[in-house]
Design a protein. Structure first.
Lengths: 281, 324
């Protein structure tokens, strides 16, 4: 009995240790951010009082008002559009059979393991002079929005298909017998139940889009007013770290803050989405 | 696995995940066929989403392959060179090293986290853990933070005057304290540890969720048979987690191979190319050295490696190993 209790204590100890390990790097940069340059912080830098001057300085010097605006525009647009598109594709693959569906679905699934790094070179050159349209999309929000919608549709399709497949067939059949069109079935019968699934998908897509870096680096580096928050952080860190690490730390905390807030409030969506997404693959 | 563990061992495959018998497979097939009546109106719902996917991910990938057949500086005219970029690539030491670095990163991003995840899960399955949600919140956190932010946090942790070195000096190991990311030998493992930190929580939460789907009767049976913690792990837990382990390996390996954000924002490939990875090298060639065709060849090789590895892991690990 006492051996069992000892074992149990060990389990909790190990869990606690790893949990602290998972949080510590984030905590350490928060600690650093709560100082100012003249504190000359080293080591663990546990703050003794609330010093927010680094946050204020980082916000203005790093132009994060602009960065946040860009990131919100891009992430919100990608989230909403890809949700609408994925509801459509998921509905079709989950409840219907049509010519070629067995070929097209695996191709879309490929997007789950897709090396998106391998697409940035043509995106850069094609957006400079879009074929047929002859417009320049480089350094615009479109350059970030369009490819990320394309990327998000993969996960969205996979996710919504799983949801629509899990809804009782009798529900759909009953509605059809009542004469509902395919859109009527989706809009009036299925979507009202799909709200949690759509929410989970949207939360994940929003976070991925908010965090994206390489596309922003390649496609909007040339326009300060279109830089996303992570890109702004990268530039700010490169220019400022040697001079004042506390400001860079504050900037990093700022960029992570919206995601952390969303995580705290909508945690179950993250866990459910990422686990199910991984397991059902 | 010894004969003793046999009964539990064979029974520990819920959902017929590893029973390769023909009838079972046909059953699965039929279920796959089932959804929906034939309605070509489905295309109407698929086309808009498919269009974005094809235009902005598939087409650019193919376009990359096309570019890789040219010598091009991005400004003046392209010159068709056939497979010359690939011939250059296979003898390019920097590129070869970048893939070796990726191999090392796979150890840190995939092998170590999966192992840690399994060990912890084994410890957890012996009895019910209260308050796992709290730990889960913490363990999942690194997954959600932007790579750029992670890079800033760890740059501080690894800093000459940062928490890690301070900790080492405190416990009398000051002699090994160093600016880790600037160290010729230690920069790559240091980046690897960042990857371990990012992925181990995901692995753990994934496995713990998976264990909960293993019927507890299997554990009871194992315990009645007198199986200890180790035997129980190999006879029940590990076979039951096959699908999860497989998925974790695929996801984390791909993470390791892609790993651009963190490398770019910590070492940018330095010192002296010690942390150069293929995606970083591709970026440099395309946008700094103006060797666009060559960069496209690197991107193509990277894509093939990723698709190839995913195919191998899924093929080796699973004849339909998913249970969901």
């Amino acid at each position: 009995m006492s051996a069992g209790r000892f074992e149990r204590l060990g389990t909790y100890g190990v869990l606690m240790a790893f949990s602290i390990l998972a949080i510590y790097p984030i905590l350490s940069i928060l600690f650093l951010a709560l100082h100012k340059k003249t504190d000359l912080v080293t080591g663990f830098a546990v703050p003794t009082h609330l010093e927010l001057s680094s946050f204020k300085a980082a916000w203005t010097e790093g132009r994060f008002a602009t960065g946040f605006k860009s990131s919100f525009i891009v992430a919100a647009t990608v989230t909403v559009v890809s949700a609408v598109l994925s509801i459509g594709t998921g509905y079709a693959f989950g409840t219907m059979r049509f010519t070629g569906d067995r070929i097209v679905f695996p191709i879309i699934l490929l997007g789950l393991i897709f090396p998106y790094e391998a697409t940035v070179i043509p995106l850069y050159y094609d957006f400079q002079n879009v074929p047929l349209l002859h417009i320049n999309l480089l350094n615009t929000y479109w350059a970030l929005i369009l490819p990320q919608i394309g990327q998000s549709v993969s996960f969205g399709t996979f996710w919504m298909r799983a949801f629509f497949r899990s809804t009782p067939r009798s529900l759909i059949e009953a509605a059809r017998i009542d004469g509902a069109t395919s859109f009527g079935v989706l809009w009036r019968v299925l979507l009202p139940q799909a709200r949690p699934a759509v929410m989970t998908m949207s939360v994940l897509v929003f976070v991925y889009t908010w965090n994206e870096f390489l596309l922003a680096l390649v496609l909007v580096s040339g326009s300060q007013s279109h830089q996303t928050a992570p890109l702004g952080l990268s530039f700010f860190a490169g220019a400022t770290r040697a001079g004042d690490p506390t400001k860079v730390a504050a900037a990093a905390v700022l960029v992570a803050a919206p995601i952390l807030l969303v995580y705290l409030f909508l945690q179950r969506h993250f866990v459910r989405g990422m686990l199910a997404g991984a397991i059902k693959e | 696995m010894s004969a003793e563990a046999g009964p539990a061992g064979t029974a520990a495959r819920p959902g017929g995940s590893t029973a390769p018998g023909a009838p079972r497979r046909r059953l699965l097939r039929r279920r796959e066929d089932a959804p929906g009546v034939p309605r070509n109106i489905g295309w109407l719902y698929v086309l808009p989403g498919l269009a974005f996917y094809v235009l902005f991910t598939l087409a650019p990938l193919l376009h990359t392959v096309y570019y890789s057949l040219f010598s091009w500086d991005g400004l003046t005219g392209k010159v068709y060179v056939g497979l010359q970029n690939y011939r250059d690539a296979i003898v390019d030491h920097e590129l070869i090293w970048s893939f070796i670095h990726s191999g090392v990163l796979i150890l840190f991003y995939a092998v170590i986290p999966v192992t840690i995840g399994l060990l912890l899960t084994a410890a957890l399955t012996r009895h019910q853990v209260r308050g796992f949600r709290f730990y889960r919140t913490a363990l999942f956190l690194p997954q959600l933070i932007a790579g750029v932010v992670i890079a800033q946090a760890w740059t501080w942790v690894y800093d000459d005057n940062g928490p890690l070195n301070r900790g080492l000096r405190l416990i009398g190991l000051g002699s090994i304290a160093r600016p880790w990311l600037g160290d010729f030998t230690w920069a790559l493992p240091s980046i690897g540890m960042i990857g371990t930190w990012v992925t181990f929580g995901l692995c753990m939460v994934l496995f713990v969720a998976g264990v909960q789907k293993i019927p507890s009767s299997l554990y009871d049976a194992a315990r009645v048979d007198g199986a200890g913690a180790v035997r129980e792990f190999f006879a029940v837990t590990l076979p039951g987690l096959r699908g999860e382990v497989l998925v974790a390996f695929v996801l984390t390996t791909i993470n390791a191979l892609r790993s651009f954000d963190i490398v770019y924002n910590t070492t940018a490939g330095g010192p002296a190319g010690q942390t150069l990875v293929p995606s970083m090298y591709m970026y440099q060639n395309a946008f700094l050295y103006n060797k666009v065709g060559y960069a496209a060849a690197i991107a193509t090789i990277l894509a093939m490696v990723i698709f190839g590895l995913a195919a191998i892991v899924l093929r080796v690990g699973g004849d339909r190993s998913e249970q969901a």
